[in-house]
Design a protein around this ligand. Structure first.
Ligand SMILES: [Zn+2]
Length: 615
């Protein structure tokens, strides 16, 4: 059959900058749907598909197209390239290129978006269909799509879906949802924003609602978004789910409705290996529109676009012997350059004095663990000297910017209070790193019992638990358990733990002399294991044992803290504030159960000594 080459290209001006438009245009799942494409599904036909390729077909009976896709190639925020080879359908091959060129004119900034389709049509029929498809109507559609994305950027609202009947239908139901959520969460504006998002938003956006994206879009602190989402879950407006991500390629491997269903490991077909999960990075909370609020279709329009792996700022697929020119734009942060088959990660950091012209040669047997400073806008040449095609990517190594971890959620009292049944499977141990463990204990509780009698002493001890629980909750930590007169609490950050301890101390010492309560504390940060015990998530490991020993070392009103915890940058920043009084004395001490070694510890007094009148 004769093949007919075709080439269509459009230049459209948009108001948003390339950086602002990139998240929309690189979200090919959204873009293809907006372009009017049909939903796709993975075809299981060819068994000898090259690694990282996808074979796709339309999820539609009347369209028998079948194609394989090379891995997508992109350089954020200015270039995206998709290459398809068709086994069936009107095309033989199709290449889609999207370029974003910054536009600086007297009127301000913006972007010229160039969208280009090249390929070969199969036979005369294919050629006619191609012409019909890429008509003036298609250009109008592209313009409208960009207008919609621009509106979303300027109004800080998620783009609307293409189903306008949501606007008119049963507006009473939506109003009721807003008022229910507002009164439960005490966040009227945020409640309206969330419900409006569910009402007008694109189905694609409602399948996976990442609280970080809501917080960023609406410029609202993350904890407020999370707290309102918890209430929305309790009201059956949202569903809460746990997604588990491959620690190596960060593709979602498993989604569970309950924490009890999460796994400790899973096979990743992209990495060809079984991967272990922890609670920190690789298990994250996401939300989804509740089906009673709005029924979502399960349609997918693209399976391998950049938006599925937002931390990858560049990906290139390089044939053996070939070289690629890349115009790298590194935002702030820490990055690694990774190839899928050579075990050779290169750590890079943007630095204005760094290299601005680099040649990377990919060959076997090299290793470099050092960090290379690269100019944020460097030109890079990548050469593949191996015998097989290589997928190379530049990836942001940070995790917290892309998802809220289960470790963070489960160390919040509010979460534990709202969802007491969200527990790990009995017997399952999940690594939970960088946890701050605070123990507090009452001073002289025995004297309190002898002086006031059991009844009075018990109610004072109980009240003191209530006060601590309230303060710990305010500082977004959680009380794990009480042991006698002591409390074990966890926080994600040591500064929150110190803040809570200080607040509690202030509260207790402000009471009348007769009712004064004195406490002491021990704080240590480190890695633990989370398990379910006695119907709650509890933590075990050396970090917990060490923190428990530190409280034993403390004198009245003191918080004993390990040296390394005191070095934490957020804690240092907190203690350096003018209004925070802190006297630190150090000593080396033997810690029971931790051998004969002396451990450097610090004693923190966070209360100004009361002034004494000296005559
Ligand atoms: Zn993987």
């Amino acid at each position: 059959m004769k093949s007919y080459p075709f080439s269509y290209s459009w230049r459209i001006q948009a108001a948003g900058t390339p950086g602002k438009l990139w998240p929309y245009l690189s979200d090919t799942n959204r873009l293809f749907k907006d372009m009017g494409q049909l939903p796709v599904q993975e075809a299981v036909i060819s068994h000898n598909l090259p690694r990282h390729y996808a074979q796709l077909e339309y999820n539609h009976l009347r369209r028998a197209d079948l194609w394989s896709e090379e891995p997508y190639q992109w350089e954020a925020p200015h270039y995206l390239h998709i290459e398809r080879e068709y086994q069936r359908g009107p095309y033989e091959d199709l290449s889609i290129k999207i370029k974003l060129q910054p536009l600086r004119s007297s009127k301000g900034t913006g972007t010229t978006v160039i969208i280009q389709f090249d390929g070969h049509a199969r036979g005369l029929m294919g050629s006619l269909r191609t012409k019909r498809h890429f008509s003036a109507h298609f250009k109008r559609r592209l313009k409208k799509i960009l207008q919609k994305y621009d509106e979303s950027i300027t109004s800080r609202r998620f783009p609307e879906g293409n189903r306008p009947f949501w606007k008119s239908r049963s507006s009473g139901k939506w109003k009721a949802l807003i008022s229910e959520l507002s009164s439960a969460s005490n966040e009227p504006d945020l409640s309206r924003q969330i419900v409006d998002h569910l009402r007008y938003g694109d189905e694609q956006d409602l399948q996976v609602i990442n609280p970080i994206e809501l917080a960023n879009m609406w410029s609202i602190p993350l904890h407020r978004v999370l707290e309102t989402c918890y209430q929305a879950v309790l009201l059956n407006i949202l569903n809460m789910e746990w997604r588990q991500i491959c620690p190596s390629c960060r593709r979602t491997l498993k989604v569970s409705r309950k924490l009890v269903e999460i796994s400790s490991s899973h096979y990743c077909k992209h990495c060809g290996d079984t991967q272990n999960f922890d609670l920190n990075n690789t298990t994250q909370v996401i939300f989804k529109c509740h089906p009673l609020v709005r029924k979502l279709s399960e349609d997918t329009y693209c399976v391998s676009g950049p938006q599925r792996r937002q931390h990858v700022i560049m990906q290139q697929y390089i044939q053996p012997g070939a070289k690629h020119f890349v115009n790298l734009m590194l935002p702030d942060g820490d990055f690694k350059i990774r190839t899928d088959t050579l075990d050779r990660d290169l750590n890079v950091k943007p630095d204005v004095d760094g290299l601005d012209n680099v040649t990377m040669t990919l060959e076997r047997g090299e290793d470099n663990k050092e960090c290379t400073p690269l100019h944020p806008h460097s030109d890079m040449i990548i050469k593949n000297r191996t015998e097989s095609p290589l997928l190379i990517s530049v990836e942001d190594v940070r995790w917290p910017d892309y998802g809220v971890s289960a470790a963070e959620i489960t160390s919040q009292q509010l979460f534990r209070d709202c969802f007491p049944k969200e527990l790990l499977r009995p017997g399952q141990k999940m690594a939970c790193n960088d946890l701050s463990v605070l123990f507090t204990d009452l001073i002289d509780s025995a004297a309190m019992y002898t002086k006031g009698g059991d009844e009075e002493a018990i109610s004072r001890v109980m009240n003191h638990f209530e006060v601590l629980r309230k303060i710990i909750r305010e500082e977004r930590g959680a009380v794990v358990k009480t042991i006698g007169d002591a409390i074990m609490a966890v926080f994600r950050q040591p500064d929150s733990a110190v803040r809570a301890y200080r607040k509690a101390q202030e509260y207790f010492s402000s009471a009348e002399k007769a009712n004064e309560i004195k406490i002491k504390g021990g704080l240590h940060c480190g890695n633990c294991y989370a398990v379910t015990l006695n119907n709650r998530i509890d933590y075990f490991g050396n970090t917990v044992n060490f923190a428990a020993r530190l409280v034993e070392k403390a004198n009245s009103d003191e918080l004993v803290i390990s040296d390394e915890t005191l070095e934490h940058k957020d804690l240092k920043k907190f203690l350096e504030q003018d209004e925070v009084y802190c006297e630190i004395s150090g000593s080396d001490s033997k810690i029971k159960g931790f051998g004969d070694k002396l451990h450097p510890i610090k004693r923190l007094s966070l209360q100004k000594p009361k002034l004494k009148l000296v005559i």
